[in-house]
Design a protein around this ligand. Structure first.
Ligand code: G6P
Length: 563
């Protein structure tokens, strides 16, 4: 099939983009009919994209592009369990992780949904036993601390959801007196941070790894196995591991080889990509052990709610489809290479980091499905911080430096309202005043003439000018709770799918992370030899060899300061 760039829809959009580059959001936003057409309400969410550099015609052309890319057919293929991850021969079924018990999704003729619910039932039962003190540590103490070891997709999603849900009062109540910490980095400092102040006798370690071979995770798992064996006395090592270590993995034989009881392995399947695995045991296990399964069920229901919307809503009214098409428009047609994710909710502080992996590992590709080099760039640089913090940090660049499409995520109600008697607004209204103001500041900007009228000194006017015309969209929800957290997760997962489908790439492999791992193996071998007295560093270019020499000669305490 010829690349999407050969389609009429693509060429029409490319020509249209040249015209749209000459329009300004100041003028576009003056058209109330346009604005109301570029805003939809669905599933309790308001999605306003009137501050994108688009008019009604642009949206028509983008719909044509979706048709030319066979977006709806590709979406149906994903939902029906076709092996759309062609380079790995796998289905892509994170939607099955939150499917209703009664649903049927076949892979190789086998319904996967009952398998999903078996594991969910197992998690429900196990977390209930831990939370009620029926399953206890080897010395009889209740397991009130959880350390979840995992990296990449086995860490970022669960951490984002943990931070979001821990701010929900009902969840905070269940988690009272409990600790959940994540250990991702192989930096020994992360081990120290994760274990600091915890009693191993009261700690359950959850090893989360799809492959159970990831170097960092396995070293951290061995490190914490030793920490447990050193710290839990009076019983044999097998009992200590059986009582204090469990796993979420799709590689059950490797887990049992490690020493973890097969009864305490919570499986998932090759059709769950790491960065799409939050709704599998990867997230559900550590989070249920902290907040209880019932709260996590609401999270799954939220994700399912958006799955249904994505699968069935007409594409013009379909939030992830619109988000994805606008992503294509901004990056491919208008040339904006980055985007900023700005949740006006402190509880979403780790959401941008999750989206970073989800989007950049999925769509940061150089070839199409057919292996041909793409004639355009795929993927964007994603970054972000909660508002208003970001405003006091990098918004300067967004307002007056580069043009970076921004994504504002806000909530109508706070979980912890603060209303001081002598303040003009509540803290939530103060926060949201910024949420509503920033998109207009970016879109409308401020002209020299306005500054003149305001009496600003002439020499300062250029410095105080805001060009405006900087696109953004706004997603507004009722309240941040487990359900809306699930909705948000699924919206962004499906947006990634839409962009990958239009670009014609495989969003579900990640060969780009392999080369560095292979080279690290070579360095590891050299470091082992050097530590055993081998004087010669070989097999590296002179730059790496010099850095290794510097590292080795400064790495013992007696070698003093490195510089
Ligand atoms: O879950 P694991 O198999 O340990 O993988 C952890 C992570 O490492 C890999 O290198 C990939 O880049 C990620 O997509 C993955 O999530």
């Amino acid at each position: 099939m010829p690349g999407i760039e050969t389609s009429t829809a693509w060429k029409t959009l490319a020509a249209h983009a040249e015209r749209m580059k000459r329009t300004h959001l100041r003028d576009l936003l003056g058209d109330a009919a346009r604005n109301s057409a570029l805003s939809i309400k669905a599933n309790g969410i308001l999605f306003d994209f009137s501050r994108q550099n688009v008019n009604i015609e642009t949206m028509d052309f983008l719909m044509d592009l979706a048709g030319a890319a066979m977006l709806e057919e590709k979406r149906a293929a994903m939902f029906s369990g076709e092996k759309i991850n062609v380079t790995e021969g796998r289905a892509v079924l994170h939607v099955a992780l939150r499917a209703e018990r009664s649903a049927t999704i076949l892979v190789d003729g086998v319904n996967q949904v009952p398998l999903v619910h078996d594991v969910l039932d197992h998690i429900k039962d196990f977390s209930h036993r831990v939370l009620t003190g029926t399953f206890v540590g080897a010395t009889g103490k209740s397991l009130k601390n959880i350390i979840s070891i995992g990296i990449g997709g086995s860490y970022l999603g669960p951490e984002f959801v943990y931070e979001a849900i821990k701010c929900v009062p009902q969840a905070a109540e269940v988690a009272e007196g409990r600790t959940l910490r994540f250990l991702a980095n192989v930096d020994p400092v992360d081990v120290a941070r994760a274990t600091k102040g915890l009693n191993p006798e009261e700690t359950l370690v959850v090893v989360v790894s799809k492959t159970f071979t990831t170097a960092e995770t396995m070293l951290n798992a061995r490190t914490l196995r030793k920490w447990l064996l050193d710290g839990v006395k009076g019983t044999g090592p097998e009992e200590v591991i059986r009582r204090h270590m469990v796993a979420a993995s799709s590689a059950v034989p490797l887990v049992t080889e490690f020493g973890i009881d097969s009864a305490n392995v919570f499986g998932f399947w090759d059709w769950v990509g790491g960065r799409y695995s939050v709704c599998s045991a990867v997230g559900m296990l550590p989070l249920s052990l902290t907040f209880g399964f019932e709260i996590l069920e609401q999270f799954l229901a939220g994700a399912r709610n958006i799955d249904e919307h994505f699968a069935t809503a007409p594409i013009r009214q379909n939030i992830p489809v619109l988000m994805g098409l606008l992503g294509i428009w901004n990056s491919t047609f208008l040339g904006h290479e980055s985007r900023a994710i700005l949740p006006y909710a402190q509880a979403l502080l780790r959401f941008p980091a999750h989206v970073q992996q989800l989007d950049m590992e999925s769509n940061g590709k150089r070839v199409g499905l057919d292996g041909q080099e793409l004639p355009f760039q795929a993927g964007e640089v994603n970054f972000g911080e909660p508002g208003t913090n970001g405003q006091h940090s990098f918004y300067q660049l967004i307002h007056q430096g580069r043009t970076i499409p921004t994504e504002f995520i806000g909530f109508a109600r706070s979980q912890y309202p603060v209303e001081l008697p002598n303040e003009v607004v509540s803290s939530q209204d103060e926060l949201m005043s910024n949420f509503f103001a920033q998109p207009d500041a970016l879109a409308l900007g401020k002209t020299l003439e306005q500054l003149d009228v305001e009496g600003v000194k002439e020499e300062l006017r250029p410095h105080k000018t805001f060009p405006g015309n900087r696109p953004s969209f706004s997603l507004l929800f009722g309240q941040l709770d487990p359900f809306t957290t699930g909705q948000l997760l699924a919206l962004y997962e499906h947006r990634v799918f839409v962009q990958g489908a239009i670009w014609g790439i495989n969003s579900f492999d990640q060969w780009g992370v392999e080369l560095g791992k292979v080279l690290a193996k070579q360095v590891r071998t050299q470091l082992t030899a050097s530590r055993q007295g081998e004087k010669i560093i070989s097999g590296f270019n002179s730059s790496t060899a010099a850095m290794l020499n510097f590292y080795l000669s400064n790495s013992s305490e007696s070698s003093g300061s490195a510089v």
